[in-house]
Each structure stands twice: as structure tokens, then as C-alpha cells.
Design a protein around this ligand. Structure first.
Ligand SMILES: [Zn+2]
Length: 311
């Protein structure tokens, strides 16, 4: 009987779990509203969900090879330390929380940053497969960053979780550069996060959209305000990508997260437009592929599980 890892992707609103095999295939999965503020309730919920998923496959905890816990914020697999998580998830930062997860579910627990988990999933089992140097960006509530070479993080120390906050100067949507949650002005993250897209669309007189997905739908219907918001996002993203390309020279860039819905091919080849705006050339003849996520909202669960398998 093959061993499975449990991937857990803890988000601000939803927590996703999946039982994943060593090749990155999800055999069972569940999603529930995130537990806020209460670490004991989080642990009890996690244990019962894990048991239910295992029972659904006719298995029990003895087949678990490990648990990968993907969290927003700083997370160090080597020490298990978590920091800078959202306020509602502050219990994750309790010293020894990974050990508490291990005790509650009955398998070793590895922690990692959620965007690094998504990048690892895409690099090993998704849209990054077959490329050597993979930059994976997760565009959602914030901008998540992961850079891998041949399926492994270039830097094993997880110190690049603030990479979305590189300054790109002014906003391309016509608005003054926004002040970012980090306190700086003109960060890439504050120009391409979901909230920025929604606000840009509303500012130019668009239908009130509640999410990046709704802006994407409005843009696909041809609504001018939504299209303008998407154009602004593409321009900002291109400036950020230019900087990443000069530093990292990725072979392939994988774009995921809820905001990546606006980069759907059905909507006027946005990836081609993004590529057309890139000016960075680390060397003559440099080529970079721009692709959308293949694993979608499962990327974090799969990457966390693969990390746990390896650990
Ligand atoms: Zn910032």
C-alpha cells in the first residue's frame, strides 16, 4: 500500500486539505472555512478532517507519511517556526505549533509558506514541469513568490516571502500609487493584488465587482472598465516581471491565484500582451514562457504534501 501525505493549505478564508501521493496526484480532498483565533479548535478540526479523508479511501493514519502545512507568512521548514501570519491565524505562530499538528494527526509536520508550496506543486507536478528555472507567482489577496531550479527551491532558507513588495513606482491604472500593507508605496503587490483590480475596475465606472473572478467575467463580456483594469494590471505585472527576470532569468513563469483568472486565453491573449510588454533581456536571445497555473487552487495542497513526502 502506497504512502500518502496530507497537504493542508491554510488561507485567510478557506482551508484546503488533500491526500496526495508521491507523484502529486490528489486522491481525496476537502475544503472548509478557516478556523480563526483558536489553535485547539484548528487542531481538532484538522484531525477529524484527516481521519474522514483517510476513511473515505479505506485507509487510516498508519499510511500517512507526513503532513505539509502551507501558511500565509514566514514559515521555516527547518525549525518549524511560523511568523507574520494573519492576525486571525496568529495561533499558527505559537512555538511548537508544527509539533502540535504532528501530535494531533499522528505524522510528522513540515511547514512552508503558501506561495512556496504552490510553486513547488507547479514545478514538480503542474505547469512548471519540464522547465528548469521556474518562477511561480500567486496573485490573490497578496502576491506570493517562489523560485525553483530543477524542482528545488534555489534558496532553501525561506527568506523570499516579501519578494512581492519590490517597488515598481507608479500605478498603471491611472490612480496614485497605493500604500501597501507593508507600509511602502508603489509595491508590485499593491498594484496586482485582487483588491487593486477590483478597485481599479470600480474607479473607471465599472459594474461593482466583488472579486477578481467577477472582474475577469466582466472583462470577458467586453465591459470597458474591467478591460481597462486588466490592462493596468498587465502593465504593472510586466514591470515587476522585468525585475524578476533580470535577477533570476526564469525559463518559465507560472501565474496562479484568483487574479490569474483575468489572464485567461479566452480574453484577448493577455499572456501575449504581457509578454509584449517585457523589456528585460538577461542575454541576447533570452526566451521566457509565460503560462497559467495548471493545478489551480490545489497547487498549495499538492506542494505542501510533496514537501512533506521529501521531509
Ligand atoms: Zn508592500
Amino acid at each position: 500500500v502506497s504512502r500518502l501525505a496530507l497537504g493542508v493549505d491554510v488561507g485567510g478564508t478557506r482551508t484546503k486539505l488533500g491526500l496526495v501521493d508521491g507523484a502529486g496526484a490528489v486522491l481525496a480532498e476537502a475544503t472548509h472555512p478557516s478556523v480563526h483565533g483558536d489553535g485547539e479548535r484548528f487542531l481538532a478540526r484538522l484531525a477529524s478532517e484527516a481521519d474522514a479523508l483517510l476513511a473515505g479511501l479505506g485507509r487510516d493514519r498508519s499510511c500517512l507519511s507526513g503532513i505539509g502545512l502551507a501558511v500565509p507568512g514566514f514559515a521555516d521548514p527547518a525549525s518549524g517556526r511560523i511568523a507574520q501570519a494573519w492576525e486571525s491565524l496568529a495561533f499558527l505562530e505559537r512555538p511548537g505549533f508544527a509539533a502540535s499538528v504532528a501530535a494531533a494527526v499522528g505524522a510528522t509536520c513540515t511547514v512552508l509558506n503558501d506561495a512556496r508550496a504552490a510553486g513547488l506543486g507547479e514545478a514538480r507536478a503542474g505547469a512548471g514541469m519540464g522547465a528548469s528555472r521556474v518562477l511561480a507567482l500567486t496573485l490573490g489577496t497578496g502576491l506570493g513568490f517562489a523560485f525553483l531550479v530543477d524542482g528545488a527551491f534555489r534558496d532553501p532558507a525561506p527568506l523570499d516571502h516579501m519578494s512581492g513588495h519590490i517597488p515598481i513606482g507608479h500605478s498603471d491604472s491611472g490612480a496614485p500609487a497605493a500604500t501597501c500593507c507593508c507600509g511602502a508605496t508603489g509595491c508590485l503587490e499593491s498594484a496586482v493584488r485582487a483588491e487593486a483590480l477590483v478597485r481599479a475596475s470600480a474607479r473607471v465606472g465599472g459594474t461593482r465587482c466583488a472579486s477578481a473572478e467577477e472582474v475577469a467575467a466582466a472583462a470577458m463580456r467586453g465591459e470597458a472598465a474591467a478591460c481597462a483594469a486588466v490592462d493596468g494590471l498587465i502593465a504593472s505585472l510586466a514591470r515587476g516581471l522585468d525585475a524578476y527576470i533580470l535577477l533570476l532569468a526564469p525559463d518559465r513563469v507560472v501565474l496562479g491565484g484568483g487574479v490569474a483568472h483575468v489572464l485567461d486565453d479566452r480574453f484577448g491573449n493577455p499572456l501575449d500582451r504581457l509578454r509584449g510588454r517585457l523589456t528585460a533581456r538577461p542575454w541576447p536571445g533570452y526566451q521566457v514562457e509565460l503560462v497559467r497555473s495548471r493545478l489551480g487552487s490545489r497547487a498549495g495542497v499538492i506542494g505542501a504534501a510533496l514537501q512533506a513526502c521529501a521531509a
